[in-house]
Design a binder for this molecule. Structure first.
Ligand SMILES: [Zn+2]
Ligand SMILES: [Zn+2]
Length: 265
Protein backbone atom coordinates (compact mmCIF):
# COMPACT_ATOMS: atom_id res chain seq x y z
CA UNK A 1 0.00 0.00 0.00
CA UNK A 2 1.96 3.01 1.25
CA UNK A 3 2.39 5.64 -1.42
CA UNK A 4 1.43 3.45 -4.38
CA UNK A 5 -0.44 5.53 -6.95
CA UNK A 6 -3.24 4.29 -9.15
CA UNK A 7 -3.54 5.94 -12.54
CA UNK A 8 -6.28 5.16 -15.06
CA UNK A 9 -5.41 5.72 -18.72
CA UNK A 10 -8.61 7.21 -20.11
CA UNK A 11 -8.48 10.46 -22.17
CA UNK A 12 -12.20 11.12 -21.52
CA UNK A 13 -11.56 10.85 -17.78
CA UNK A 14 -8.58 13.21 -18.05
CA UNK A 15 -10.88 15.81 -19.71
CA UNK A 16 -13.41 15.46 -16.85
CA UNK A 17 -10.70 15.80 -14.18
CA UNK A 18 -9.30 18.77 -16.14
CA UNK A 19 -12.75 20.45 -16.07
CA UNK A 20 -13.04 19.98 -12.29
CA UNK A 21 -9.49 21.27 -11.81
CA UNK A 22 -10.29 24.30 -13.98
CA UNK A 23 -13.37 25.15 -11.84
CA UNK A 24 -11.25 24.85 -8.70
CA UNK A 25 -8.44 27.01 -10.14
CA UNK A 26 -10.84 29.66 -11.47
CA UNK A 27 -12.48 30.18 -8.09
CA UNK A 28 -9.25 29.91 -6.10
CA UNK A 29 -7.70 32.65 -8.25
CA UNK A 30 -10.58 35.06 -8.80
CA UNK A 31 -12.60 34.93 -5.57
CA UNK A 32 -9.68 36.07 -3.34
CA UNK A 33 -8.45 38.58 -5.97
CA UNK A 34 -11.84 40.18 -6.65
CA UNK A 35 -13.60 39.85 -3.30
CA UNK A 36 -11.43 38.80 -0.37
CA UNK A 37 -8.29 40.97 -0.77
CA UNK A 38 -10.08 44.24 -1.78
CA UNK A 39 -12.63 43.88 1.06
CA UNK A 40 -9.83 43.07 3.51
CA UNK A 41 -7.99 46.25 2.50
CA UNK A 42 -11.21 48.22 2.99
CA UNK A 43 -11.57 46.67 6.46
CA UNK A 44 -14.85 44.83 5.80
CA UNK A 45 -13.53 41.31 6.47
CA UNK A 46 -10.83 39.81 8.66
CA UNK A 47 -7.70 37.94 7.61
CA UNK A 48 -9.31 34.77 9.04
CA UNK A 49 -11.83 34.77 6.15
CA UNK A 50 -8.95 34.70 3.64
CA UNK A 51 -7.15 31.91 5.49
CA UNK A 52 -10.38 29.91 5.75
CA UNK A 53 -10.93 30.21 1.99
CA UNK A 54 -7.41 29.12 1.06
CA UNK A 55 -7.41 26.23 3.55
CA UNK A 56 -10.76 24.93 2.28
CA UNK A 57 -9.45 25.27 -1.27
CA UNK A 58 -6.24 23.35 -0.48
CA UNK A 59 -8.16 20.56 1.33
CA UNK A 60 -10.48 20.35 -1.67
CA UNK A 61 -7.73 19.90 -4.27
CA UNK A 62 -5.80 17.46 -2.04
CA UNK A 63 -8.90 15.28 -1.65
CA UNK A 64 -9.38 15.43 -5.45
CA UNK A 65 -5.80 14.28 -6.04
CA UNK A 66 -6.02 11.56 -3.39
CA UNK A 67 -9.37 10.20 -4.65
CA UNK A 68 -8.08 10.22 -8.26
CA UNK A 69 -4.80 8.47 -7.58
CA UNK A 70 -5.76 6.05 -4.76
CA UNK A 71 -6.15 2.34 -5.46
CA UNK A 72 -9.93 1.76 -5.25
CA UNK A 73 -9.46 -1.89 -4.25
CA UNK A 74 -8.07 -3.61 -7.34
CA UNK A 75 -7.99 -7.40 -7.00
CA UNK A 76 -4.55 -9.00 -6.85
CA UNK A 77 -3.60 -11.32 -9.71
CA UNK A 78 -3.36 -14.30 -7.36
CA UNK A 79 -5.60 -13.50 -4.40
CA UNK A 80 -5.31 -15.56 -1.25
CA UNK A 81 -8.79 -16.78 -0.45
CA UNK A 82 -9.26 -17.63 3.25
CA UNK A 83 -10.66 -21.15 3.67
CA UNK A 84 -13.62 -19.87 5.69
CA UNK A 85 -14.59 -17.45 2.92
CA UNK A 86 -14.31 -19.66 -0.14
CA UNK A 87 -18.05 -19.86 -0.71
CA UNK A 88 -18.19 -16.06 -0.60
CA UNK A 89 -15.95 -15.68 -3.63
CA UNK A 90 -17.01 -15.96 -7.25
CA UNK A 91 -15.41 -16.00 -10.68
CA UNK A 92 -15.46 -12.86 -12.82
CA UNK A 93 -16.47 -13.90 -16.32
CA UNK A 94 -14.66 -10.92 -17.86
CA UNK A 95 -11.17 -11.23 -16.39
CA UNK A 96 -11.44 -14.86 -15.19
CA UNK A 97 -10.30 -14.03 -11.69
CA UNK A 98 -11.72 -14.97 -8.34
CA UNK A 99 -13.18 -12.04 -6.45
CA UNK A 100 -15.16 -11.52 -3.23
CA UNK A 101 -18.90 -11.01 -3.61
CA UNK A 102 -19.97 -7.39 -4.08
CA UNK A 103 -16.91 -6.82 -6.31
CA UNK A 104 -17.59 -5.62 -9.84
CA UNK A 105 -15.66 -5.56 -13.07
CA UNK A 106 -15.09 -2.01 -14.30
CA UNK A 107 -14.94 -1.93 -18.08
CA UNK A 108 -13.36 1.54 -17.99
CA UNK A 109 -10.49 0.47 -15.72
CA UNK A 110 -10.31 -3.08 -17.10
CA UNK A 111 -10.24 -4.93 -13.78
CA UNK A 112 -12.38 -5.98 -10.82
CA UNK A 113 -12.75 -3.68 -7.81
CA UNK A 114 -13.70 -4.83 -4.29
CA UNK A 115 -17.04 -3.45 -3.05
CA UNK A 116 -17.21 -1.19 -6.08
CA UNK A 117 -19.60 1.73 -5.73
CA UNK A 118 -19.30 3.22 -9.22
CA UNK A 119 -16.77 4.50 -11.75
CA UNK A 120 -16.53 8.27 -11.47
CA UNK A 121 -15.29 10.03 -14.63
CA UNK A 122 -14.88 13.29 -12.64
CA UNK A 123 -12.02 11.75 -10.66
CA UNK A 124 -11.06 9.36 -13.50
CA UNK A 125 -11.08 6.44 -11.08
CA UNK A 126 -13.32 3.78 -9.67
CA UNK A 127 -14.90 4.39 -6.28
CA UNK A 128 -14.38 1.18 -4.36
CA UNK A 129 -13.63 -0.26 -0.94
CA UNK A 130 -10.29 1.51 -0.45
CA UNK A 131 -11.04 5.00 -1.78
CA UNK A 132 -14.77 5.42 -1.11
CA UNK A 133 -13.99 7.49 1.98
CA UNK A 134 -11.70 9.76 -0.07
CA UNK A 135 -14.54 10.29 -2.53
CA UNK A 136 -16.76 11.30 0.41
CA UNK A 137 -14.03 13.66 1.60
CA UNK A 138 -13.91 15.24 -1.86
CA UNK A 139 -17.72 15.73 -1.83
CA UNK A 140 -17.48 17.27 1.64
CA UNK A 141 -14.75 19.81 0.82
CA UNK A 142 -16.30 20.65 -2.56
CA UNK A 143 -19.56 21.46 -0.74
CA UNK A 144 -17.69 23.65 1.74
CA UNK A 145 -15.71 25.49 -0.95
CA UNK A 146 -18.65 26.05 -3.31
CA UNK A 147 -20.91 27.05 -0.39
CA UNK A 148 -18.31 29.54 0.85
CA UNK A 149 -17.84 30.90 -2.68
CA UNK A 150 -21.61 31.41 -3.05
CA UNK A 151 -21.78 33.27 0.28
CA UNK A 152 -18.92 35.55 -0.80
CA UNK A 153 -20.46 36.17 -4.24
CA UNK A 154 -23.80 36.97 -2.58
CA UNK A 155 -22.14 39.38 -0.09
CA UNK A 156 -20.27 41.01 -2.96
CA UNK A 157 -23.46 41.77 -4.91
CA UNK A 158 -25.75 42.76 -2.07
CA UNK A 159 -23.50 44.10 0.67
CA UNK A 160 -20.02 45.16 -0.46
CA UNK A 161 -20.90 46.76 -3.83
CA UNK A 162 -23.54 49.18 -2.46
CA UNK A 163 -20.96 50.39 0.10
CA UNK A 164 -18.86 52.21 -2.46
CA UNK A 165 -19.62 54.64 -5.24
CA UNK A 166 -19.12 52.90 -8.56
CA UNK A 167 -18.62 54.18 -12.01
CA UNK A 168 -20.89 51.67 -13.73
CA UNK A 169 -19.31 52.29 -17.13
CA UNK A 170 -15.85 51.30 -16.03
CA UNK A 171 -14.54 48.45 -18.16
CA UNK A 172 -12.71 46.82 -15.26
CA UNK A 173 -15.81 46.84 -13.09
CA UNK A 174 -17.93 45.18 -15.76
CA UNK A 175 -15.14 42.70 -16.44
CA UNK A 176 -14.93 41.78 -12.75
CA UNK A 177 -18.70 41.43 -12.50
CA UNK A 178 -18.72 38.99 -15.42
CA UNK A 179 -15.97 36.90 -13.81
CA UNK A 180 -17.92 36.73 -10.55
CA UNK A 181 -21.16 35.80 -12.34
CA UNK A 182 -19.34 32.81 -13.85
CA UNK A 183 -18.06 31.94 -10.36
CA UNK A 184 -21.63 32.15 -8.98
CA UNK A 185 -22.92 29.87 -11.75
CA UNK A 186 -20.17 27.31 -11.05
CA UNK A 187 -20.87 27.58 -7.31
CA UNK A 188 -24.60 26.88 -7.74
CA UNK A 189 -23.97 23.87 -10.00
CA UNK A 190 -21.24 22.42 -7.76
CA UNK A 191 -23.03 23.07 -4.46
CA UNK A 192 -26.36 21.66 -5.69
CA UNK A 193 -24.75 18.61 -7.29
CA UNK A 194 -22.45 17.85 -4.35
CA UNK A 195 -25.16 18.23 -1.69
CA UNK A 196 -27.41 15.71 -3.43
CA UNK A 197 -24.50 13.34 -4.15
CA UNK A 198 -23.22 13.55 -0.58
CA UNK A 199 -26.69 12.84 0.85
CA UNK A 200 -27.15 9.85 -1.51
CA UNK A 201 -23.71 8.49 -0.61
CA UNK A 202 -24.21 8.79 3.16
CA UNK A 203 -27.63 7.10 2.90
CA UNK A 204 -26.01 4.35 0.80
CA UNK A 205 -23.36 3.77 3.46
CA UNK A 206 -25.91 3.72 6.28
CA UNK A 207 -28.08 1.20 4.42
CA UNK A 208 -24.99 -0.77 3.24
CA UNK A 209 -25.94 -0.48 -0.42
CA UNK A 210 -23.57 0.56 -3.18
CA UNK A 211 -24.62 2.73 -6.13
CA UNK A 212 -24.23 -0.25 -8.49
CA UNK A 213 -26.53 -2.38 -6.29
CA UNK A 214 -29.06 0.45 -6.18
CA UNK A 215 -28.95 0.89 -9.95
CA UNK A 216 -29.29 -2.84 -10.51
CA UNK A 217 -32.47 -2.54 -8.42
CA UNK A 218 -31.46 -5.53 -6.40
CA UNK A 219 -31.88 -4.00 -2.94
CA UNK A 220 -34.86 -6.19 -2.19
CA UNK A 221 -32.96 -9.32 -3.09
CA UNK A 222 -29.97 -8.58 -0.84
CA UNK A 223 -30.18 -11.13 1.92
CA UNK A 224 -27.50 -9.63 4.13
CA UNK A 225 -28.43 -9.01 7.71
CA UNK A 226 -28.91 -5.36 8.53
CA UNK A 227 -25.71 -4.03 10.05
CA UNK A 228 -25.36 -1.33 12.68
CA UNK A 229 -24.16 2.01 11.35
CA UNK A 230 -20.87 1.64 13.28
CA UNK A 231 -20.01 -1.38 11.16
CA UNK A 232 -21.02 0.06 7.80
CA UNK A 233 -19.03 3.19 8.69
CA UNK A 234 -16.00 1.06 9.62
CA UNK A 235 -16.14 -0.76 6.28
CA UNK A 236 -16.00 2.54 4.39
CA UNK A 237 -14.09 4.92 6.66
CA UNK A 238 -11.83 2.42 8.46
CA UNK A 239 -11.68 1.25 12.01
CA UNK A 240 -9.86 4.14 13.66
CA UNK A 241 -11.40 7.61 14.07
CA UNK A 242 -14.14 6.78 11.59
CA UNK A 243 -16.32 9.65 12.83
CA UNK A 244 -13.51 12.06 11.94
CA UNK A 245 -13.25 10.75 8.35
CA UNK A 246 -13.32 14.32 6.96
CA UNK A 247 -9.98 15.29 8.55
CA UNK A 248 -7.48 16.09 5.77
CA UNK A 249 -4.34 13.93 5.41
CA UNK A 250 -5.99 11.16 7.45
CA UNK A 251 -5.08 7.52 6.72
CA UNK A 252 -7.63 4.75 6.71
CA UNK A 253 -7.21 1.60 8.78
CA UNK A 254 -9.10 -1.01 6.72
CA UNK A 255 -11.45 -3.53 8.24
CA UNK A 256 -10.14 -6.81 6.81
CA UNK A 257 -12.77 -9.35 7.74
CA UNK A 258 -15.53 -11.04 5.81
CA UNK A 259 -18.39 -8.66 5.07
CA UNK A 260 -20.94 -11.26 5.92
CA UNK A 261 -19.58 -12.46 9.21
CA UNK A 262 -17.97 -9.31 10.57
CA UNK A 263 -19.71 -8.46 13.80
CA UNK A 264 -17.18 -6.28 15.50
CA UNK A 265 -15.79 -2.85 14.69
ZN1 LIG B 1 -13.15 -8.82 -13.58
ZN1 LIG C 1 -13.28 2.07 -13.06
Amino acid sequence: MGLSLHFVVDPQGWCCVGAIFFIWLYNTLFVPKLILFPRFEEGHISIAAIWAYYLTSIFCVISLLRASTADPGKLQDTPKIPLTEQELWELCNKCNMMRPKRSHHCSRCGHCVRRMDHHCPWINNCVGEDNHWLFLQLCFYTQLLSGYTLVLDFCHYYYFLPLKAINWDMFIFRHELALLRISTFMGIVMFGGMCSLFYTQIMGILTDTTTIEKMANCCDEISRARKPWQQTFSEVFGTRWKILWFIPFRRRQPLRVSYYFANHV
